[in-house]
Design a protein around this ligand. Structure first.
Ligand code: ZN
Ligand code: FE
Length: 260
């Protein structure tokens, strides 16, 4: 296999991340919402971009594609049925692709948008996931185009990946997510520790991403809708007559966050 490294991440706009992955077979970026930081990197390092991975059509994830691919030589991977027109390698659930020597499998995760996909690689025992605006560190994306049920099912597909999966999401929303999580799941000791750690990182202007799926499973309320304590808290918060089931807990938690 190829030596893989996540070589860099670029900030775009205020809180977007563009991930850059390098192997001896090439260079890829994930969700380049802006071309400028990528172009600057390529110029400075004298390297050539070969591939782009797109998770969903939103402009803050696709806005740089046209410029980066102005000579139409790059493979631009993205979801089948996307309204973003710059994709030339269309992907659907279960597809396997090898990009710059890395094997990715495609997981459809509709909810935030209908066209959302995630890229998962076992990566020789060090699994990685690029999940755009579906699973965030400590939270999840807003449900814009799909239904709450779709989003919940999508997150449950990511939940079953290996616990040592490194989660590369599209935004630095971690602190505000964890502040909300502390309201939903106040008794969770892992969550308090995680919040302190992330606060330190952000105070030193460091990224909280990637996170580890194992940590998400312990602290992310949107992956913990089957947890009795969270369900009880939701029941109290919304004055429900009965304990909500998992999918009801997801919907109520997501709506609570939307209105927070
Ligand atoms: Zn988005
Ligand atoms: Fe986004």
């Amino acid at each position: 296999g190829s030596e893989m490294c996540i070589r860099d991440s670029f900030k775009a706009f205020t809180d977007n991340y563009i991930w850059l992955v390098a192997t001896n077979e090439g260079l890829l970026v994930v969700d380049p919402g802006d071309s400028k930081p990528v172009e600057d990197f390529l110029e400075k390092s004298n390297e050539v971009l070969s591939d782009i991975l797109i998770t969903h059509h939103h402009f803050d994830h696709t806005g740089g594609v046209e410029k980066l691919n102005s000579q139409s030589l790059l493979n631009v991977y993205g979801p089948t049925g996307s309204i973003f027109t710059g994709i030339n390698r269309k992907l659907k659930e279960g597809d396997s692709i090898n990009v710059i020597g890395i094997d990715f499998s495609i997981i459809e995760v509709p909810g935030h948008t209908l066209d959302h996909i995630a890229y998962y690689s076992e990566n020789e025992g060090e699994p990685i996931l690029f999940c755009g605006d579906t699973l965030f560190a400590g939270g999840c994306g807003r449900v814009f185009e799909g239904t709450y049920e779709q989003m919940h099912n999508s997150l449950n597909k990511l939940k079953i990946l290996p616990e040592n999966t490194k989660v590369y999401c599209g935004h630095e929303y971690t602190l505000s997510n964890l502040r909300f999580a502390l309201e939903v799941d106040a008794e969770n000791i892992f969550l308090k520790d995680r919040y302190e750690e992330c606060l330190d990182l952000r105070n030193n202007d460091q990224a909280t991403i990637p996170s580890l799926l194992e940590i998400e499973l312990k602290t992310n309320p949107f992956l913990r809708c089957d947890n009795r304590i969270i369900q009880e808290n939701i029941m109290q918060k919304f004055n429900l007559n009965a304990m909500p089931v998992e999918k009801e807990t997801f919907k109520a938690t997501r709506e609570w966050k939307d209105n927070a």
